[in-house]
Design a protein around this ligand. Structure first.
Ligand SMILES: [Fe+2]
Length: 251
């Protein structure tokens, strides 16, 4: 199973450079010699100053790959849920109509999407009810599990994300995943606009590059978070037997 992973498209048709970046990432995905079974899109699909998902879904559908989305802090839950129902109705939905929390069992591993959107909050929120639901869905699965959640839930060592954008739910989430480290194979994230990798116990937590713009690595405090000129990219997570190998692909 080859799982392709893109993130943080921040789609807005007025941003021409961003459009070129998004298209170059998707073209690279389409041209890969190994065939993707699935495309993960880990949030911030549109930028918050834009509200029509149709054009970006058309770009994603043009890859001819099934894709799974989650909300980022720029995607209002209700807007993304409505857009998926209208423009990509085969996308899985959960029981909670106000949250894009879902399970996808179409593949040899179970994929669980978690909706961390909270209004005006970069760090988002996952409620205790959602964590209870997550634990139930991991525990009942007889297949290995991949979790999709927008925010990188561990400390990054980067000033902005650790001080402005890391919310208390992350520690509860990490403790839960640690209890199921034998079953969870990957936590796939975005949000950092950088490729970062760490672990919850033995579980890799991987933040994908942004397909739009790359963030400065602010190891020390900078006056403002700024864009840096660096190639965009994506990840390929490859399952070989029960091992997962993740490739960072710069475009
Ligand atoms: Fe984000």
């Amino acid at each position: 199973m080859n799982i392709f992973h893109i993130s943080d498209l921040h789609y807005n048709p007025k941003n021409v450079n961003a459009l070129l970046n998004i298209e170059s990432v998707l073209n690279h995905v389409k041209a890969q010699k190994i065939k993707a079974d699935l495309l993960l899109v880990t949030g911030d699909i549109i930028n918050r100053d834009y509200d029509n998902y149709q054009p970006v879904f058309e770009l994603l559908k043009a890859t001819n790959l099934p894709f799974l989305c989650i909300t980022g802090n720029h995607d209002k839950s209700q807007n993304l849920i409505s857009a998926l129902k209208q423009f990509y109705p085969s996308h899985p939905m959960g029981d909670n109509p106000s949250k894009l929390d879902y399970v996808c069992d179409d593949f040899p591993w179970r994929f669980i999407g978690l909706d961390s959107y909270a209004a005006n909050s970069a760090g988002g929120n996952i409620s205790d009810t959602q964590l209870f639901w997550l634990e139930e869905k991991i525990a009942e699965s007889n297949k290995p599990v991949v979790i999709l959640v927008h925010q990188f839930t561990l400390k990054t060592g980067l000033f902005f994300f650790d001080t402005q954008s890391r919310a208390p739910w992350c520690d509860k989430f990490n403790a839960l995943v640690s209890r199921y480290a034998d079953k969870v194979k990957l936590v796939a994230c975005g949000h950092l606009h950088n490729a970062l990798i760490s672990h919850i116990s033995s579980v890799p937590v991987i933040s994908c590059f942004s397909a739009n713009w790359q963030a400065y690595l602010d190891f020390e405090k900078v006056p403002e978070m700024k864009e840096i000129s660096r190639p965009v990219g994506y990840f390929i997570h490859r399952r070989i037997d029960d091992q997962l190998i993740s490739y960072a692909v710069a475009v």
